[in-house]
Design a protein around this ligand. Structure first.
Ligand code: GCU
Length: 346
């Protein structure tokens, strides 16, 4: 498996080298040769809200600063899995990538907080908390030593369990099932507490793993059913609503430091644009995904009692806070939003 990743990684480096040489050859004879190519990688399709928002950012920067920068967006794991892309962003081989908050906890344990199951009482609480820089700043700036910084967040909805052929109505139904989770210790521990067997793997490998019965199910938002085809294989989607895990746009530190104050201000406006557009598109995309999954893929949506799931996961809040007391004020600030927006609205 490791060797496969390594080969994948080397192929990505080769691809980047070819892209760079091609870009140099193409721009060599024109004034564009002084333009800095800014590369952004992500793992979603070109119709996904994330790609739509990044394309808007690309157009905005190219319009505003086109004499100095050319933004290029690489979707669909073209540059490798999210883990590969984070490494490429760390070294500066690319400038930005979108990473799920889940995999960032191995770079700073402050990120663990947003991976906690049942952290947010409602989507409203989640959105308000993520928009509050008192909450996000200590997390987004926690990876200075790792070589990158988070510059904005994107909505990735609510994560729920879905299975090939066994409906999940309670944690007891997860017993004996192999469920794909993201590569994060918090997610593995969550699955242990819920009684299932965690199988960590990258997003791009999940469809084949489901189809070949390597796993019995996975957990994700509704877009995974349609956009990634998981609903062609999995026929039960259970709204246990265990997590709201944001996606994070991270940037290489050296790239950020090299920007002049004026250019930085334009890029920062661009990050706000990404956040606004992606969240607006997200609402429409999830509605369309639910409809398509139900009508075309014949996925059955289930609404189990969430209380036993919540109860099983509660010890994780305690252990994460005990292991990292520095995040306690952030946790408490989130509880204030939970008190203000207590109803599940999504
Ligand atoms: C969502 C999320 C991605 C993540 C994926 C996963 O699609 O938006 O960032 O990679 O889940 O489960 O791996």
């Amino acid at each position: 498996m490791k060797r496969l990743y390594r080969r994948h990684f080397l192929l990505n480096i080769l691809l980047l080298a070819i892209l760079t040489i091609t870009a140099l050859l193409l721009t060599g004879c024109s004034s564009a040769q002084h333009r800095r190519i800014v590369r952004i990688g992500h793992n979603q399709s070109t119709s996904h809200p994330t790609h739509i928002a990044l394309t808007a950012f690309q157009n905005y920067i190219n319009e505003q600063l086109g004499d100095r920068y050319i933004v290029e967006v690489y979707p669909s794991e073209l540059l490798g899995s999210q883990t590969d892309m984070v490494q490429l962003t760390q070294t500066g081989a690319i400038d930005y990538c979108i990473a799920s908050n889940a995999i960032l906890e191995t770079f700073s344990k402050n990120y663990e907080i947003f991976n906690l199951p049942y952290l947010f009482a409602s989507a409203d609480s989640y959105h308000h908390a993520m928009d509050d820089s008192r909450i996000t700043d200590p997390i987004f700036t926690a990876t200075q030593k790792a070589g990158f910084t988070a510059v904005t967040w994107l909505d990735a909805g609510t994560r729920n369990f879905y299975t090939v052929n066994k409906p999940v109505e309670s944690p007891a139904d997860l017993k004996g099932l192999k469920i794909r989770v993201q590569q994060s210790p918090t997610n593995i521990e969550m699955m242990r507490l819920l009684g299932g067997s965690a199988t960590p793997m990258g997003f791009g490998d999940v469809y084949t793993a489901l189809q070949s019965n390597i796993i019995d199910g996975a957990e994700n938002n509704e877009m995974a059913l349609t956009d990634n085809g998981h609903g062609d294989v999995c026929k039960y989607y259970s709204y246990d609503m265990h997590q709201m895990v944001p996606d994070i746009l991270i940037a290489n530190n050296a790239f950020l430091q090299d920007l002049s104050d004026e250019d930085l201000a334009v890029f920062e406006k661009g990050y706000r644009l990404i956040n606004q557009i992606q969240r607006k598109e997200w609402v429409k995309a999830v509605e369309a995904a639910r409809k398509k999954a139900a009508e075309q893929q014949k996925v059955r949506f289930l609404y189990p009692d969430q209380a036993p799931f919540v109860e099983a996961c509660t010890p994780l809040h305690r252990s994460v806070l005990e292991n990292n007391p520095a995040i306690r004020p952030i946790y408490d600030a989130i509880q204030e939003y939970n008190a203000l927006y207590p109803t599940i609205t999504e």
